[in-house]
Design a protein around this ligand. Structure first.
Ligand code: BGC
Length: 457
């Protein structure tokens, strides 16, 4: 989308912009709490004698808690609405961050991180849903990608917080900084409306109408009527919460499996091995010195943000499918470069590995990062959306958990070459998978996508 159009939207739709910022703030919290552990761990290890296994447990507590948070959101968003779940998510972030910052041993810290994980899982599912449901179709891709952008900004801020407090070794402050965005997110969501789609679905079409008018002030009465009619139409087929077996039905199964597998491949690409353990990877590749490691890590955070901005344009111009295929090609080539460079073990190895890692982050951020979130918020029919998105999110978090837990063991067991060769293999599988099944959803309304799915049933 050209910058001039973005400016026009900002002028004409202040309420939409405010809501997008609030919902996207949840992405920032998510990124912050994911990223902050990489720089904090070395100091936590000095305070509490932490074994290698416990290191994996403390790190992976967040994605494990997120699996539970996703299940919680699945029940709550459907029954009580998107907004109450986000309020609860913000409260959990706040409490979890406070407990982590004051944790007096590694077990309290692990429990607090589990709790934060619940908040992350719940809001990582609800916030994209919230965004997809308030966004007009033609800018939906950009708006939902704003969520991914905020995740990457959160990760970058956490790396900066790590670097800032790295000198004094104060891990409590590194983590405690998360309290401030939690408070902003809480106040923001309290002031936001419920989504028009959820309201319509819950017999409150009048209120939904008022909100659509505020969100899209340029729409004519007829256009607003049309939006409401389409929502009602898409909700007609199934009145009750769908049975789980619905996800296995002929027309839905391809959507269910695609939404889940694309997340599994996202995680098995190795992204979070880098996000959680970047300083350790740089050490393994031959770099020495904490300053280099921390600076390189901040560099990863910056590249991740910059290329996610590029993705926000490309999802609408290039489209989802082409971008996904390109992303898998790029991440496979970059991971292969890291693998080969570390295998050769020559003077240039650390630099080649560094180039490979930065290229990997760039290709991930422009494609594999935002696309699974976007797909999962677009592909499921309305009635199936909460449960469908829950299934996709669980796949995401579970494999995130597995990578976080096993990466230190893999590194110690089969070494950096073997570990990165495995990640390369999964990126290559991703190329074939994306070519075979990735759909195109650019510029199509959620209701039209739904009709396509139903027609295939
Ligand atoms: C992934 C996260 C990852 C992040 C990195 C997200 O799309 O789901 O697991 O840490 O991207 O930017």
């Amino acid at each position: 989308m050209p910058a001039s159009r973005l400016r026009l939207i900002m002028r004409r739709k202040p309420m939409l912009i405010a809501i997008v910022i609030v919902a996207a703030l949840f992405g920032m919290l998510f990124g912050f709490d994911q990223g902050v552990i990489s720089g904090a761990l070395p100091f936590i290890k000095q305070d509490f004698t932490v074994t290698a296994f416990m290191e994996g447990v403390i790190t992976s507590a967040v994605p494990l808690g997120a699996v539970a948070g996703t299940l919680l959101a699945m029940v709550t968003t459907d029954r009580y609405g998107r907004k109450p779940m986000l309020i609860l998510g913000a409260v959990i972030f706040l409490v979890g961050s406070l407990i982590s910052a004051f944790a007096f041993n590694q077990y309290v810290l692990t429990l607090a991180r589990l709790l934060i994980g619940v908040g992350i899982g719940a809001s990582a599912m609800t916030a994209p849903m919230f965004l997809a449901e308030v966004a007009p179709a033609r800018i939906r891709g950009t708006i939902v990608s704003a969520f991914q952008l905020m995740i990457t900004i959160g990760i970058m801020i956490s790396y900066m917080s790590d670097a800032a407090f790295g000198g004094s070794g104060d891990w409590r402050w590194m983590i405690g900084v998360g309290v401030f965005p939690s408070i902003i997110a809480l106040v923001g969501i309290l002031l936001s409306p419920e989504t028009p789609r959820w309201l319509t679905l819950n017999s409150n079409a009048d209120k939904a109408r008022d909100i659509i008018v505020k969100l899209q002030p340029e729409s004519s009465d007829a256009e607003v009527d049309q939006i409401i009619a389409e929502i009602k139409e898409s909700a007609k087929d199934e009145e009750a919460a769908p049975a789980w077996s619905t996800f296995l039905k002929k027309g839905i199964l391809p959507v269910t499996s695609f939404a889940m597998i694309v997340f599994v491949l996202q995680q098995l690409s190795g992204i979070n091995a880098i996000i959680y353990y970047a300083p350790e990877i740089f050490k393994n590749a031959g770099f020495s010195g904490t300053t280099t490691d921390l600076l390189a890590t901040v560099g990863i955070g910056v590249v991740n943000v910059a290329l996610t901005v590029v993705a926000m344009y490309l999802v609408e111009s290039m489209g989802r499918r082409k971008l996904l295929i390109m992303g898998f090609f790029g991440t496979a080539a970059s991971m292969a470069l890291v693998t080969v460079a570390t295998m050769m073990d020559i003077a240039a190895t650390p630099y080649l590995a560094m180039i490979g890692i930065f290229a990997f982050i760039a290709f991930f951020a422009v494609s594999l990062g935002p696309l699974p979130w976007l797909y999962m918020s677009e592909l499921f029919p309305l009635r199936l959306r909460p449960r469908g998105m829950a299934l996709a999110s669980i796949a995401n978090w579970f494999f995130n958990f597995i990578v976080a837990l096993l990466f230190p063991e893999l590194l110690a067991g089969i070494g950096i070459v073997g570990t990165f060769a495995i990640f390369t293999g999964f990126c290559v599988i991703g190329i074939f998978y994306a070519i075979a099944v990735a759909p195109e959803t650019k510029g199509v309304t959620l209701e039209e996508i739904e009709q396509r799915t139903v027609a295939a049933d």
